[in-house]
Design a protein around this ligand. Structure first.
Ligand code: SF4
Length: 659
């Protein structure tokens, strides 16, 4: 191991729950090529697990939890945690998820770049890690408890300075869209990480660390991160930059709903309408003004996009961490629930049970459409009617899902698996890619977003690389990222412009997750997007901060290669699990139905996706990625990226012709 490691911690903690043992691995060999966080997780999972065949809910699966290279430092918004695993929800099987809060930095303070967990405990267990001491603790008393009580008990036992990561009853009962929670406001949602915890009889992690993070040039690092923070908070920095900062600070992500809806991108009524919904006032700003208690933030964040709220009176008393845009749209817009109190209640109940709100909302909105079409009736849901706007039924059904009681057993499989046995016509109502229903994005609105959602390895999700310059509608930055005028045209099917745009953002989005920093201010929401030179400034901050932190001179190109490498690993895994070109095609609704709705930019209704033109974009995207016409990575491209091992694994599975 290197004598002194800077920025990173230089160690990976490997825990085997079956044998109740652990060991330490040197991680310094990974930093140059994989940074840390998400990219590091990817290569570890790829090497450790037979990713082609392992059942996500078996002991052979791993869950790898990390922070990232800049996590836990003075770099603004450096409190992220990344988890990677084979996923039980989406049929592509790729699982990764990320959240804010304070847990990620504690991994580093405990002395590690990543914690790898495999095996299965014989009894319910939680891990209490104090620096080098790993304690396998009995969790029988915690099993059956919600995420709030579980965290409270862990803090009472191990001190308020401990950082906790827990599952609720949903994870224990292997609900395929169970999530992992930290504190009151942070969810590692999507793809079912909570069920992977549950399958291992793992209830929680509690960490306490006392190690410093050594910085290569601490003075320069502090100065640059201070300047970066000033730029983030500067209202004069740029119109879009300043507007995003203000909206996030004041109202969090729900405050951006109307900005997102400008091109029709907000889905309404299970993607049967889109754009601006005239009944969403209580969901987007009113709740924060009326019921909000205080703004909150993750580690070292000057934006504080989170909030806590309390409703003391009425039929829906509740309190907790405020919903994000995604939870708001999932229960509100997609299910036509306009009463803010009911959406807050659903959000709180799901958070306590450890249930992903996006996938839960998708189960309900899909069932509402199936009910309207006469394809199911209330007998399907134990006599409980599931109809548009019916929040009381949703509140009743959530516990059945969590405990897999009655109809809840099939609802716990998620919208795609729930609907598939009902036949092709029913499946048309499921707005999914690769078996995972989309987050709050109507992808017919912008062609780049359609491509990104369709090819996303874990299924329909914006955080895999939604092209910001396109949906924020900043043509100059779209040109900067691709060299093509057409990249910024939301309706253009220009193959190379759209393919390069999506590839750029996919690679870029791997980086914040690998550095342990938040995507909101660094690529996803429109900050640094007013002018091309602002994007250059952001790159300069990344490159210099990484050098001052680690002593490693990464160039912008090196960083984009790390993003590309991480993305190619995701692709190699899902191809080995059977994903084909047809799985990269838009879902049925996108290809066959136009979408009505009010929005000021772009055509009304949104046209269906032109299949012929889309196929040409997909061809070009594959070509740029270095994949075959079937979407399989080629040996040449993998070797260029230093991924011969991935090429060999694909070849061993008979998926590579050797070119
Ligand atoms: S912008 Fe929001 S999610 Fe990101 S670090 Fe800040 S508080 Fe956390």
């Amino acid at each position: 191991m290197a004598e002194k490691v800077y920025g990173n911690m230089g160690k990976i903690l490997r825990i085997d729950l079956t044998s109740r043992s652990y060991e330490i691995e040197d991680s310094t060999k990974y930093h140059q090529k994989w940074l840390g966080g998400r990219a590091l997780n990817h290569i570890l999972l790829f090497r450790d697990v037979d990713v082609a065949t392992v059942d996500p809910l078996s002991p052979e699966n791993e869950i790898i939890i990390s922070c990232g290279t800049l996590g836990g430092t003075s770099f603004p918004c450096s409190g992220r945690t990344q988890a990677t695993f084979l996923a039980p929800l989406n049929y592509s099987g790729w699982g990764d998820t990320n959240c804010g809060g304070h847990f990620g930095p504690e991994i580093k303070y405990a002395g590690y770049d990543a914690i790898v967990i495999r095996g299965k405990a014989a009894q319910p267990t939680y891990l209490y890690i104090e620096d080098t001491k790993v304690n396998f603790m009995a969790a029988g008393d915690l099993w059956g408890k919600g995420t709030i009580d579980t965290q409270a008990e862990l803090l009472a036992k191990h001190g308020e300075e401990a950082r906790t990561m827990v599952i609720g009853q949903a994870g224990e009962n292997l609900v395929r869209f169970a999530n992992i929670r930290t504190e009151l406001t942070n969810s590692m949602g999507r793809t079912g990480g909570g069920a992977v915890f549950g399958s291992k009889n793992l209830k929680a992690l509690a960490l306490r660390g006392t190690n410093p993070i050594h910085l290569y040039k601490p003075k320069e690092f502090f100065e640059i991160t201070k300047k970066l923070q000033d730029d983030i908070m500067d209202p004069q920095f740029g119109m879009v930059h300043g507007m995003v900062y203000k909206l996030l600070s004041q109202y969090g992500t729900p405050g951006m709903t109307h900005a997102v809806g400008q091109t029709g991108m907000v889905p309404i009524k299970n993607w049967n309408q889109c754009g601006i919904w005239d009944q969403d006032k209580e969901l987007v700003t009113y709740w924060a003004d009326e019921w909000g208690i205080r703004r909150e933030s993750c580690f070292r964040c000057p934006i504080h996009c989170h909030a806590s709220y309390a409703i003391e009176k009425g039929l829906y008393p509740t309190r907790g961490g405020g919903p994000e845009y995604e939870s708001t749209v999932a229960f509100g817009h997609k299910c036509l629930v306009s009463d803010g109190r009911k959406v807050l209640k659903l959000n709180a109940v799901c958070n306590d049970y450890g249930l992903d709100t996006v996938s839960c909302g998708a189960v309900f909105s899909t069932l509402m459409e199936l009910t309207e079409k006469g394809l199911v009736d209330r007998s399907f849901t134990d006599g409980i009617p599931v109809e548009w706007g019916g929040a009381d039924s949703m509140i009743k059904l959530v516990p059945r899902i969590v405990f897999r009681e009655g109809c809840g057993d099939k609802l716990a499989e998620g919208a795609y698996r729930l609907t598939k046995p009902l036949g092709e016509e029913a499946l048309r109502s499921v707005y999914h890619q690769k078996g995972m229903v989309a987050t709050g994005v109507e992808t017919r609105s912008t062609i780049g977003s359609m491509l990104q959602f369709a090819v996303s390895p874990r299924g329909a999700h914006h955080l895999s690389g939604l092209p910001t310059a396109e949906w924020i509608n900043i043509p100059a930055v779209a040109v900067y990222t691709t060299g093509f005028e057409e990249a910024g045209d939301i309706r253009s099917y220009h193959p190379e412009a759209k393919a390069r745009l999506v590839q750029y953002y996919e690679n870029l989005f791997e980086l914040p997750d690998s550095m342990g920093i938040c995507k909101f201010p660094y690529g996803h929401t429109g900050m640094w997007h007013d002018r091309p030179e602002d994007m250059e400034k952001l790159w300069d901050y990344f490159v210099k901060s990484l050098y001052y932190a680690t002593g490693i001179s990464y160039t912008k190109e090196d960083l984009m290669d790390i993003g590309e490498r991480a993305y190619q690993i995701e692709r190699a895994v899902i191809v080995m699990r059977g994903i084909k070109r047809e799985d990269d095609m838009p879902n049925w609704k996108c290809l066959n139905e136009e979408c009505p709705g009010e929005h000021p930019i772009g055509p009304v209704p949104l046209p269906k996706i032109d299949k012929e033109k889309y196929e040409k974009v997909l061809d070009k995207y594959y070509e740029i990625r270095g994949w075959t016409k079937e979407g399989i990575p080629t040996r040449r491209r993998l070797e260029e990226l230093g991924l011969a091992e991935a090429a060999d694994k694909l070849a061993n599975k008979g998926l590579l012709s050797g070119t």
